[in-house]
Design a protein around this ligand. Structure first.
Ligand code: GRF
Length: 200
């Protein structure tokens, strides 16, 4: 299951990877918190079931959160991937899918959490930033880290060019590690992700 809010290039990378049965993961559905986005169109073109659950269609955020958890549960996913999903997972969602929901962030956590990772890294003046895949918890980009990739900042970067360079690496990281999370047993030990090789 993949949740998106925007252009869905990370989703597209997962769609392409999962076309190979050896990848080990299949996308059971794609959900969004808004209509008319390219992410949903990508899923539809790939023949994947989609749904939209908008905050505005509920009395409050808590009701939306509970509804989203219900809808996701109906698809019985093993893993939920937030791929450019611009909403925080709420308590009802985490009660059901905590520990098996991952998100990708365009910065090297714990630096530059939040909505503007590339811009904040650029303004701080770091020379290396990157992307982080992490298991979602109740904080903003704070959960246990699954993988990170470093990306150099160019002298003439603006936030958009830096974000685009990060996204190229972010997509490759996402594909590699979501595949691994799907194929191999793993547990969370404190803040560390531990993979457990299967008995031969
Ligand atoms: C990614 O960089 C993601 O980390 C961030 O928003 C971007 C989404 O891109 N939160 P896309 O929709 O997958 O193209």
């Amino acid at each position: 299951m993949v949740l998106v809010s925007g252009s869905g290039t990370n989703l597209q990378a997962l769609i392409d990877a999962s076309a190979d049965p050896a990848y080990g993961a299949r996308i059971v559905a794609v959900g969004a918190d808004r209509d008319g986005i390219e992410g949903l169109a990508r899923a539809e073109r790939a023949g994947i079931t989609t749904f939209v659950d908008r905050v505005a269609d509920h009395p409050d955020r808590a009701a939306w959160d509970a509804s989203l958890a219900e809808t996701v549960a109906a698809h019985a996913p093993d893993l939920v991937v937030l791929a450019g999903f611009m909403k925080l997972a709420g308590p009802a969602f985490l009660a059901r899918f905590g520990g098996r929901t991952v998100n990708t962030h365009p910065a090297l956590s714990p630096a530059f959490p939040g909505m503007h990772g590339p811009r904040d890294a650029l303004e701080y003046g770091v020379k290396v930033t990157g992307a982080t895949l992490f298991v979602v918890d109740a904080g903003v980009d704070t959960g246990p880290i699954v993988a990170q990739v470093a990306v150099p900042v160019a002298e003439d970067d603006d936030a958009a060019s830096l974000h685009e360079r990060i996204k190229t690496h972010e997509r490759a990281m996402l594909v590699e590690w979501v595949g691994r999370l799907a194929r191999e047993p793993w547990t969370i030990d404190g803040r560390r992700i531990r993979f457990h090789p299967k008995e031969q």
